[in-house]
Write a protein that binds this ligand. Structure first.
Ligand SMILES: Cc1cc2nc3c(=O)[nH]c(=O)nc-3n(C[C@H](O)[C@H](O)[C@H](O)COP(=O)(O)OP(=O)(O)OC[C@H]3O[C@@H](n4cnc5c(N)ncnc54)[C@H](O)[C@@H]3O)c2cc1C
Length: 347
């Protein structure tokens, strides 16, 4: 007799693995399949800002983003407890130099003296500074913690397992990997930028520096053409481009140079440092920059992708919503703006 899983998840990024952990905690038998090495795509390339109040967060996404931000401390605590891996949740807040006609919610204008007191290394001429109480995590550590937590709970997560189809067969769903057919009550497409139409890749290039003075920067700093995110190790991440470049992970030296130069305009001390690491990742975009959350037009097949610039932030709320839907409950949050049906064109 073929094993029937309760849920099979395609894609072992932060969205797929967080969902697997949530479903497992509710008693479901879950398996996760990834085309490559689990956790190595967008979720390990992110900066890790948890920024629901950012001016570029689309308005319809804000309630979901704030809800997920409120779930984060508990989400992190559970992952750290289950895995033994600390994920560097930092709660110092962000200094934003983004030009705004009116301060958005949660933005507090700072005087030059206040800016200097908070961040002496930051150049005061960068624009009007605002303080925003936002957190950050290290997404690589978060991803490692999520995978380790899943492993400890014996949730199978298989790499090198490319899902080529998820289709209905009677009362069940078939998930196809090569010549193998897996059977489940439900399946979820968490394949990020590879989730298929209308999801699409939005490339982001980043770099990191390691200043000699490990406490040079305490807050994340956001400006129009660059942002800086400090880690407790002293490392500073600098990002990021948003490009439509297909499935291309190439890191371009001139782009890294431009980001480095923009960072040095904010903190002159950074200009002379060598680049520690540079990389590119593919965010899962969608035509309206909003996620796709819910059941597709194939009953029993769900989708959770399109998180674009906020997938790290949105992981806990996404896991809760999709687990609610799969277990036959209400989403628990208004997700009408994220329905996958909005992209289905009726002929
Ligand atoms: C440079 C950069 C900076 C970012 N900064 C932030 C930030 O500060 N804050 C924030 O919240 N978000 C940020 N993001 C966005 C965030 O990284 C993503 O939204 C999030 O990681 C998406 O997670 P995911 O699990 O959907 O995708 P991924 O992590 O890409 O995972 C998808 C997985 O699906 C697998 N897969 C693909 N095809 C198949 C298949 N056919 N079968 C099985 N598996 C498959 C892939 O191998 C991959 O492992 C950033 C992204 C980038 C690139």
């Amino acid at each position: 007799m073929e094993k029937t899983w309760d849920v099979i998840i395609a894609g072992a990024g932060i969205i797929g693995v967080s969902l697997a952990l949530e479903l497992h905690a509710r008693g479901a038998q879950v398996m996760v399949l990834d085309r490559g090495e689990p956790g190595r795509e967008a979720s390990s390339a992110a900066a890790g800002m948890l920024a629901p109040a950012a001016p570029e967060t689309p308005v319809p996404l804000r309630p979901l983003a704030f809800e997920s931000a409120s779930l984060y401390p508990d989400f992190v605590r559970k992952l750290e407890d289950a895995s033994g891996i600390q994920v560097d949740l930092r709660r110092q807040g962000t200094i934003s130099f983004l030009p705004v006609s009116e301060p958005p919610p949660h933005h507090l204008e700072l005087s030059t003296e206040e800016l200097h007191r908070l961040e002496p290394a930051v150049h005061p001429a960068a624009g009007t500074p605002y303080f925003v109480q936002e957190d950050s995590v290290d997404p690589r550590l978060l991803m490692q913690a999520a995978l380790a937590a899943a492993r400890k709970q014996e949730i199978p997560i298989h790499g090198n397992a490319e899902v080529t189809a998820m289709r209905r067969n009677g009362e069940r769903v078939e998930v196809i990997v090569g010549w193998t057919r897996h059977i489940a009550r439900a399946a979820v497409n968490c394949r990020g930028a590879w989730a298929g139409q209308p999801a699409r890749p939005r490339k982001g290039q980043m770099l990191s520096l390691r200043p000699r003075q490990p406490d040079l920067l305490q807050h994340s700093v956001v400006a129009p053409d660059v942002y800086l995110v400090p880690r407790s190790s002293g490392r500073i991440l600098i990002g990021a481009t948003v490009e439509d470049a297909g499935y291309d992970h190439t890191v371009e030296p001139h782009v890294i140079h431009q980001l480095h130069r923009a960072a040095a305009q904010l903190i002159p001390d950074l200009g002379s440092l060598p680049v520690e690491e540079s990389w590119a990742g593919l965010r899962p975009g969608s035509p309206d920059d909003l996620p796709l959350l819910g059941e597709t037009d194939t009953p029993g097949v769900f989708i959770a992708t399109g998180h674009f610039r906020n997938g790290i932030l949105l992981a806990p709320v996404t896991a809760r919503i999709i687990a609610n839907l799969i277990t036959g409950r209400q989403a628990g949050t208004d997700i009408s703006a994220f329905s996958p049906a909005r992209f289905i064109t009726r002929r």
